[in-house]
Design a binder for this molecule. Structure first.
Ligand SMILES: C[S@@+](CC[C@H](N)C(=O)[O-])C[C@H]1O[C@@H](n2cnc3c(N)ncnc32)[C@H](O)[C@@H]1O
Length: 273
């Protein structure tokens, strides 16, 4: 008799085939490819040392060695960061704690802008069990090209009746003025290409928020801790001072600044319109 192996997961009854949400793989895929090219570079360099002589040996060693060093450094500096800092599953109460801290609950309209594969959107939906959450993303590059994966994730996590994913831009949110209670933005603002556009995004969020509505943004902070991680990507992130200044000048009525340390520091900012 053939036995089909099954495992029970979050919202499924015993005996159903296992389905796990997929949050991370899409985002690390390009870096995995770069890492594989890097390892191939090392192998070619070593083969060159063992098999070649003269100029050919030095050219192969230099070119393949450079590819090896750069490829493995890029992969090693990003992939652990992604799983240890940006994508931790250890603190599933993070959003629930934020909402409790600010007294946010009830039948709310929420947006998670820059939702990617939907982890924050789904955590927000779980933390606000009476809310409807719309995840919005441009869906280009690292997060895949359509809302398909986050939609599947929401189904697996049992929140698909209260979560919708849409293609859209943080600079032009598909919501009327004063219509939203909560906006969450997880590690997205640093990806917007200029200060002007970041300011425009903060204006756009303020436009859709109801008076008294809340806006949360979380950003990895560029500080001394990044030296420990030897990050190739350190310049991509901004300092705590940068975010505080930008957010203070965005015209919200209050700004609460928190810090979450997951190997590196993350700034947690909550503003009220
Ligand atoms: C680092 S990922 C974070 C994804 C998600 N918030 C999370 O924490 O899992 C940044 C996301 O922001 C999205 N993004 C960047 N610029 C955007 C914009 N102008 N409007 C909407 N989404 C944007 C990217 O496509 C990407 O999915």
């Amino acid at each position: 008799m053939m036995i089909k192996r099954t495992r029970q997961t979050r919202n499924e009854s015993p005996g159903t085939t296992e389905k796990k949400p997929r949050y991370g793989f899409i985002a690390i895929r390009p870096f995995l490819t770069i890492g594989i090219v890097g390892v191939a570079g090392w192998m070619v360099a070593i083969t060159g040392i063992l098999r070649l002589e003269g100029l050919g040996r030095w050219v192969t060693l230099t070119v393949a060695g450079m590819i090896g060093i750069i490829g493995t450094w890029v992969a090693v500096s990003y992939i652990p960061l992604y799983f240890l800092v940006l994508r931790p599953r250890g603190n599933e109460n993070f959003w629930a704690n934020q909402f409790t801290k600010h007294g946010i609950s009830g039948k709310l309209v929420a947006i998670d802008a820059g939702c990617g594969t939907g982890q924050v959107t789904i955590e927000v939906a779980k933390a606000l069990p009476d809310a409807h959450v719309t995840g919005i993303d441009i869906f280009k590059g690292m997060s895949g090209t359509s809302p398909g994966q986050p939609t599947r994730n929401a189904k697996i996590e049992g929140v698909s009746d209260r979560v919708t994913f849409k293609k859209g831009n943080l600079l032009d949110l598909p919501f009327p003025d004063n219509s939203v209670d909560v906006v969450t933005v997880g590690s997205v603002l640093h990806e917007i290409d200029s200060d002007e556009n970041r300011k425009a995004a903060l204006e756009e969020i303020k436009r859709v928020l109801k008076p008294g509505g809340y806006f949360f943004t979380v950003e990895l902070l560029r500080d001394w801790r990044m030296i420990l991680a030897m990050l190739v990507f350190a310049p991509v992130w901004k300092t705590g001072k940068y975010w505080k200044e930008l957010l203070l000048n965005a015209g919200y009525s209050s700004l609460d600044v928190g810090l979450e340390t997951r190997m590196l520091n993350m700034g947690v900012y909550c503003m009220q319109k």
